[in-house]
Design a protein around this ligand. Sequence first.
Ligand code: HEC
Length: 104
Amino acid sequence: MKPALPLLAALVLTVGGCSESGLSPSAERGRQVYLAQCTACHNMDPRQAGSVGPPVKGSSRELLEAKILRGDYPPGYTPKRPTKVMAPLPAVAPDIAALADYLR
Ligand code: HEC
């Protein structure tokens, strides 16, 4: 039974290391998805305009859902840009809640 203890300690250290950014686990997941899927066009810092896309800090979950799943906007929302450059990214659907946590 003895060898189990160092293993457990290593696990605790690994898990603890994830929170160094100060984000909740969900927001941290959202950050990873954002960096992987969105920063080709949007800025690494979501408060700034990117090479192609506008700032997205503060985007609501409704807005993210509409834009990412349908390439659309929630009813009554005034888009920051009149263009339709961003194609829907349905593969990101399971992570929209995490993205919303990160961008809120
Ligand atoms: C191919 C480049 C590209 C990628 C990849 C991309 N976007 Fe966009 N995004 C844009 C552009 C350009 C706009 C401006 C509207 C348009 O032309 O579609 C935009 C608009 C948006 C808007 C609406 C902003 C507003 O308030 O009007 C949101 C929200 C958004 N993007 C989020 C994301 C997220 C989250 C991801 C990653 C999952 C992502 N985008 C990936 C280019 C991109």
